[in-house]
Ligand binder design. Structure first.
Ligand SMILES: *[C@@H]1O[C@H](CO)[C@@H](O)[C@H](O)[C@H]1NC(C)=O
Ligand SMILES: *[C@@H]1O[C@H](CO)[C@@H](O)[C@H](O)[C@H]1NC(C)=O
Ligand SMILES: *[C@@H]1O[C@H](CO)[C@@H](O)[C@H](O)[C@H]1NC(C)=O
Ligand SMILES: *[C@@H]1O[C@H](CO)[C@@H](O)[C@H](O)[C@H]1NC(C)=O
Ligand SMILES: *[C@@H]1O[C@H](CO)[C@@H](O)[C@H](O)[C@H]1NC(C)=O
Length: 168
């Protein structure tokens, strides 16, 4: 009985609660040719788990947040963190809540295509500045980064989507 309870407890802790779902990073190396880059010039990146069954043509896209950097010094500091560079992002991310793939944890979207787009441009995916800060090699290209990620998801099936929800 005690063993059984322990197994149930472990299953709750490590199964349903969602510690298990690890999703590999997708790095868009080619996007750099269109100048779509993070603050430090590294390529855009996101995490994607494909939908299934009735969720195949539905997409939920989570845009990562984190405020703006507001000066060169501030942006420079950010550019060496995971909020300014894909070089510092983890190879795998844990998907939980509205990104999980079980109806227990995510009743509404578990079988949708689920995407986490990391935030690494310092201005909420808005920048489109050709000029590169010469001294610090900083890039302000959030809008291009957003477009490059959406284009890639488009090719991966979003063009056939019936529903797309963006969460922020
Ligand atoms: C995720 O990456 C690991 C390590 O590179 C690899 O072994 C695994 O097959 C990948 N998983 C998927 C679903 O691509
Ligand atoms: C990236 O660019 C290279 C060279 O142009 C090309 O061979 C490759 O297919 C591209 N990869 C993707 C994922 O588009
Ligand atoms: C950036 O980091 C440097 C070194 O740690 C620090 O002196 C400076 O105050 C930081 N700049 C901002 C705007 O936080
Ligand atoms: C990138 O996304 C993963 C997804 O869960 C997260 O663990 C990591 O902290 C994110 N990086 C940033 C910049 O927030
Ligand atoms: C992440 O993946 C890259 C490229 O596949 C690899 O060089 C690096 O060692 C990996 N890092 C970790 C922490 O697994």
């Amino acid at each position: 009985m005690a063993t059984f309870l322990l197994i149930v407890l472990l299953a709750i802790l490590f199964g349903d609660v969602g510690y298990g779902l690890q999703i590999n990073i997708t790095v868009l190396d080619n996007a750099t040719t269109q100048g779509a880059v993070c603050l430090d010039g590294s390529p855009p990146a996101y995490y994607f788990d494909k939908g299934f069954d009735t969720g195949l043509s539905n997409w939920i896209i989570f845009l990562d947040g984190g405020g703006w950097c507001e000066s060169i010094s501030d942006c420079k500091n950010r550019s060496i963190t995971e909020k300014g560079s894909s070089k510092n992002m983890k190879n795998q991310s844990q998907f939980a809540g509205i990104l999980h793939n079980t109806p227990q944890q995510n009743p509404d979207f578990y079988n949708w295509n689920r995407v986490w787009v990391n935030y690494s441009d310092g201005s909420s995916f808005t920048g489109d500045v050709e000029h590169v800060d010469p001294e610090n090699k900083l890039y302000f290209r959030g809008a291009r980064l957003f477009k490059a990620v959406m284009d890639d998801l488009w090719r991966k099936g979003m063009q056939y989507a019936k529903n797309v929800i963006s969460a922020y």
